[in-house]
Design a protein around this ligand. Sequence first.
Ligand SMILES: *Cc1c(COP(=O)(O)O)cnc(C)c1O
Length: 219
Amino acid sequence: MNHSLVENLEKIKSTLPASVTLVAVSKTKPISDIEILYQAGQRIFGENRVEELVKKHADLPHDIDWHMIGHLQSKKVKKIAPFIGLIHGVDSMKLLEEINKQAKKNERVIDCLLQFHIAKEATKYGLSLSEFNEFLKSKKFNELTNISVKGVMGMATFTKDEKVVRKEFQSLIDISKIVKNQFNTASIISMGMSGDYLLAVEEGSTMIRVGSSIFGVRK
Ligand SMILES: *Cc1c(COP(=O)(O)O)cnc(C)c1O
């Protein structure tokens, strides 16, 4: 048994204000690792691949709150729709419509975060503010009865330059205010990973997604 996982978890939690929720990112890690943290009281786990998420959901206690944190393909939504707790990376109308459709089929409302593009890297997914404004104007957006927009998500540029990272986090804070003006349910700001969660929390994150600092580096 690897008790250092629990130590890692407790150490990170001890640095967090009560207002910040910790998502333990367990992607690529074995069921046995998740069980250790579950025994220690952790209930929120994040995964970024649908097949892995479905398998882990089936194999682990059903009071785990599973978060989908990675890019989600529309055709795979139906596999996680029955149980997913929060989808972090929603960045297209097509995906919203599919989540809404599958949520209806499962007679539930699915909580989503809108992912915004805040980093310099062109490879990272996410909406721009102008795309968000287009969403708001479209009739389809108002017909999403089975989606609850709970907030925003973003990833900063992978760099050691603190100033750049802080600036990007601040831009997500600004965006979150605009989104909250439209959806009063949208209070979550999901930003911060192993390398930058301390900065993210200082800038106003309410939810951090931490993997390697808890579980160790991924292969
Ligand atoms: C993998 C991943 C994380 C966690 O990354 P670490 O650097 O291991 O903490 C957070 N967010 C997303 C979207 C990820 O894909």
